[in-house]
Design a protein around this ligand. Sequence first.
Ligand code: IVH
Length: 657
Amino acid sequence: MIEKRMEELIKLINKANYEYYTLDKPSISDQEYDRYIQELISLEQDYPELMRNDSPNVRVGGQVIDEFKKVTHEIPMLSLGNVFNQEEVIEFDMKIRKEVEHPKYVCELKIDGLSVSLLYKDGELVRGATRGDGVIGEDITHNVKTIKTIPLTLTEKVDVEVRGEIYMSKKSFERLNEERTNNQEELLANPRNAAAGSMRQLDSKIAASRKLDCFIYHLPNSMDYNIHTHSESLEYMKKLGLNINPKTKKVNNIDELLDYIQYWTEHRDSLPYEIDGIVIKLDNIDDQARLGYTAKYPKWATAYKFPATLVLTKLKDIKFTVGRTGQVTPNAVLEPVRLMGSVISKATLHNEEYVLSKDIRIGDIVSIKKAGDVIPRVEEAMVDRRDGTEKVFKMIDQCPICNQDLVKKDAAYYCLNENCDAKHIEGLIHFASRDAMNIEGFGIAIIEEFYNLGYIRELNDFYILNQKQEELVKLDGFREKSVGNLLDSIERSKTNSLEKLIFALGIRHVGSKTAKILAKHYQTMDNLMNTKLEDIAQIEGIGEIISQSVIDYFNNESNKEMINTLKDYGLNMNYLGKSITNNIITGKTFVITGTIESMTRDEIKERLEYLGGIITNSVSKNTDIVIVGDKPGSKYDKAKELDITIWNEQELLKNIK
Ligand code: IVH
């Protein structure tokens, strides 16, 4: 009787875990789930002799081992060869095409974690092992069992070995490091190290507390299951309840393959976990067998590696720059190094606190990181490579340009001198920059030169530069054509839509997104200039600080005068885009509870965020709308209690169309 109930509970919980963690479609409420877990825990406490191996409560950890047992991989766990650019991908495809006509490939994300082999007997997880040297790995079953996306029992009672990657999500990694900061423990370098470190623990409680995940991507013995393509093997493993990466895609030719690589090169930052490349696998398993293996790699697969985003170099000096707001920033002067296709010789160090907290010293070997378009930054000092000649950082207390004493506000230091040249120059650079007026050709060097020569001292001066054409063509390095191009791009900038001008003015706290909201709302510069605090503060997405800053800016007579001069010079002062649509979703805070039939949670979240909604986890008085699906949890009751607007599935679909 008791045994039967335990079995029943285990089945229910495992099913719920699979639906929640793998399918992202829970069918029972959080409370129901907790009730099952509690009931099982108390039965297991009362009848420890009946505790089963596949009890989901092993997930909470607790099993401690004395040492890692060695495991021999019957089929070696191979690594992958690498390709680094488009040409090499094309070459890989050409080699395959020598053996296979019209090859089809499966493209997968290359998850940055540690590989694992999972062995199921009779559908039950009996062993998890690391790759080790490929032939001999280590038994980490006790830790593997704590990972919720690894089923303890499969949906069929089969004997099967599968392989995949254990990883830590970006969010769990951040949380873990936050926790470590609070406990004054050393920070972990990246999610991969954090995941690998967790698996190397003898006490499984540590792994259990680390919130790890796993994607399965390989069935070594597919032929034994009468499977002839890799894509079918993924389908089969999915049917068994294993977690397969949903971004995996079968492609029919090299163009589709390159598109997939391009897409994920651009979008990898949007994933909740880190990837370091794309894995390309020949789909047909008979063809795979024909192509075979080198000593280390399969010839039928390869890994396209993203360009490195982290490199090491020497920090030669720290120089200070003054931004347009007067903020003084320490910047690293680096020994030039190649990173993501460009040579880097400067990187930001943010502020005093950043440098001191990371103990970055002049002369250190440091790691430099660059993500997307973002300015490279110094990540870490390689402390163990110090030789004692490094100099400890000290913040300056006077402006490096005008020598005025700096003033500290929060973590930053400011030069408050209105006439500080550095501030003016930065303001001009910002005005001409791409997201602002987009005056092509006006890079930092030219602006500095024109400023020093007195041609451009204020924003207005751009638009009377044509009066100096004859002088400009005589300058070193300039010719009629290059000056003509500069003047043309200044002329073109006059027709920009209003939001670009608002952003270009450099009003404190007004970024390009806020500028757009203001332009859409006010439609003309005059409307914006004459607005009142109460009016701005009501606009969705504009907070108090921004509102006050805009008002302060336009209360300054010289700013108004400057804008009127720009108007006289012929700059467009109107919003040229569509007028604002009063979206029901933009700026609203949402909570989702229960199962929505037609969409997964991630899809709902993505759509709402796209429309400007904010998605949170718990219901509070700040929640605007609660989306309620089938079998909702306590969030539904809380929403009713707080009288919050509730949408069912139909209402959701209607509003996000
Ligand atoms: S396939 C024979 N697929 O990358 C099959 N590996 O650099 C070999 N990895 O050791 C592995 N994501 O740890 C494969 N979708 C994926 C992967 C993947 C990450 C790791 C794996 C492998 C390493 C090779």
